[in-house]
Each structure stands twice: as structure tokens, then as C-alpha cells.
Design a protein around this ligand. Structure first.
Ligand SMILES: [Ca+2]
Ligand SMILES: [Ca+2]
Ligand SMILES: [Ca+2]
Ligand SMILES: [Ca+2]
Length: 303
């Protein structure tokens, strides 16, 4: 019988636990012997022995050694005919004269998984580890903290883990991901784009672009489109807003994207004045009055 129930029964009946313990022994005693209840009182067909007697009909002289409390305080004393014995309470170990608490936590399976064991006198308790929930005696499972609204700060990313969870501000944002807020980083303040490029801050990131008339990888370098000599041989590159154009310079003709060649102006009729000599040059031509002639060769040479 458990300690508490013995004491409970003893207090309701206003008897000592030892006296009650004797009763429980006598309860097991039948009446087959036919001997009358000699040294006791018959109650409810049971012979309740006077002090110093035992047996089914209280016919045997017996000392109740339990009266002297010979057992450990954490043991149950049982009087027997001619003797007694001590047995440690549940949760205690020993010979009954010396009982000590069993440290149940030494047993690896005392609690379920992910639980912590606490040894207490006569018993033990189990609790789920922090971050775990369930029946600690059967086993605790990880709590998915991320399933709770507000586990992390607004805009933060929640990542569940065994026994815990992590809050993090997503890339491109900064702040306190647990209790504060994740705020966009203005990456443009750090001039992350290539030389000549335009930086635009956007939520969670930034964008680099080349200004109109410039080309290239804006994250590396933006260059005047003409700087890469996109036009044909002899052609002029003109940088435009968002574009460029190739033109053959004055005195040259052809497809400026392929090549520009000198115009032979002298092949044109009336390139120079009357009587004048035309001489073609790279990109131009000259007119001159021949020997013996004078005047403006672009208009008229006079002899
Ligand atoms: Ca214990
Ligand atoms: Ca967790
Ligand atoms: Ca940003
Ligand atoms: Ca020419």
C-alpha cells in the first residue's frame, strides 16, 4: 500500500499507520480455524487483536515490533506473527531499514525523447525540452514556431529548426528580424554600379542601368557607344540619346557602317571653274589655274 493512502486512511480513522498496517495483515486472515476471537474484538467478522497478540483468532502472543518504528522513515513496516518486516516505499530502494530514493533519471528511457528528467524523492518528473511540446513521458516533438503569427518581425523570414527557429531579414533588407522591422537597404548609397552607370534603389534590391547614349554592362562600366568604334572605316560616330549613328565625313561617301571612301569631286562636272585644273585629295579636292592662266580657279581662269 502506498504511503499517502496509509496515512490518509490512518488520519480518517484516527489511528497510527502501524495499527492500520496490522489490520491489513489481519484482513487476510480467515476464520476456518473455528477458534473464537480470544484476545481481541470481533468487528465485521474480523478479529481485531489486542496489543501483544496475533493470529487469525488473536490466539498467538505476538509483539507488534512496528510500534517501535524499526524501519526507515521511507519504509513500510509489516508486523508478522513472531516477527516483522520492512519494505521500502515505492520509488525507494534498500533493505527496508535503510531506504534511499531511486534516481529514475539514471535510466535512459525514464522520459521520452526531447525531454528532460527531474529526480524527486520517491518519484521523478519529465518536462519537454525548450522548443519542444507533447507528452514528456512518451516523447516531445519540435514546435514549429514559424506557424505562429508574429514569430518574427514584419518582413522577416522565419525558419523552423529542431528545438528552435530563426528569424532573418531577407537579402537586401536590414534591421531587427525578431522584434523590430526589416527595412530595405538603399544599396545606391554605396555606389555599387559600374562607372558611368545610374543606380536605382528598389525594395530588397537595386538596379544599375546605363544612361541614354551609353552602352555596356552597367554593373561593370557604361561607355559612350562610340567608344567601341562601332562604325565603318573612315566613318564618324555620333553619340545620340539612347543610340548612336555613323556618318561619313564631308568629302567621303559610302555605307558608314562598313566604310567611307573619298569622293572624287573632280569627276563631277563643273567641280572647278572654267579652264581650271581639278586635283582630287583625300576628303577634298583643289582647283588651280594652269600655267599661263590666272584668276579664281573656282570660277574662271583667264589667259
Ligand atoms: Ca526518485
Ligand atoms: Ca522549432
Ligand atoms: Ca534596396
Ligand atoms: Ca576627294
Amino acid at each position: 500500500m502506498h504511503l499517502e493512502s496509509i496515512y490518509e486512511e490512518a488520519s480518517t480513522q484516527q489511528r497510527t499507520p502501524e495499527e492500520l498496517a496490522i489490520d491489513h495483515v489481519e484482513d487476510d486472515c480467515g476464520h476456518e480455524s473455528g477458534i473464537e476471537c480470544q484476545n481481541g474484538a470481533c468487528l465485521d467478522h474480523q478479529c481485531h487483536c489486542n496489543d501483544g497478540f496475533g493470529g487469525c483468532s488473536c490466539e498467538v502472543p505476538d509483539e507488534n515490533e512496528c510500534k517501535n518504528r524499526p524501519c526507515d522513515v521511507f519504509a513500510h513496516c509489516t508486523n508478522t506473527l513472531g516477527s516483522f518486516h520492512c519494505s521500502c516505499f515505492p520509488g525507494y530502494t534498500g533493505d527496508g531499514f535503510h531506504c534511499q530514493d531511486i534516481d529514475e533519471c539514471q535510466h535512459p528511457d525514464a522520459c521520452g525523447i526531447n525531454a528532460v528528467c527531474h529526480n524527486i524523492p520517491g518519484n521523478y518528473t519529465c518536462d519537454c525540452l525548450q522548443g519542444y511540446e507533447g507528452n514528456p513521458y512518451n516523447g516531445c516533438a519540435d514546435i514549429d514556431e514559424c506557424s505562429y503569427p508574429g514569430a518574427c518581425a514584419p518582413g522577416a523570414v522565419c525558419k523552423n529548426s529542431e528545438g528552435g527557429y530563426l528569424c532573418a531579414c531577407p537579402p537586401g533588407t536590414t534591421g531587427d528580424p525578431v522584434q523590430g522591422n526589416c527595412i530595405d537597404v538603399d544599396e545606391c548609397l554605396g555606389a555599387p554600379c559600374g562607372p558611368g552607370a545610374i543606380c536605382a534603389n528598389i525594395p530588397g534590391s537595386y538596379v544599375c542601368s546605363c544612361p541614354p547614349g551609353f552602352a555596356g554592362d552597367p554593373y561593370r562600366q557604361c561607355e559612350d557607344e562610340c567608344s567601341s568604334s562601332p562604325c565603318g572605316k573612315g566613318a564618324k560616330c555620333e553619340n545620340l540619346v539612347g543610340n548612336f549613328s555613323c556618318v561619313c565625313p564631308t568629302g567621303y561617301s559610302g555605307d558608314p557602317k562598313i566604310s567611307c571612301t573619298d569622293i572624287n569631286e573632280c569627276a563631277r562636272p563643273n567641280a572647278c571653274g572654267v579652264n581650271a585644273q581639278c586635283s582630287n585629295t583625300e576628303g577634298s579636292f583643289t582647283c588651280s589655274c594652269p600655267g599661263g592662266f590666272s584668276g579664281d580657279p573656282h570660277v574662271f581662269c583667264q589667259s
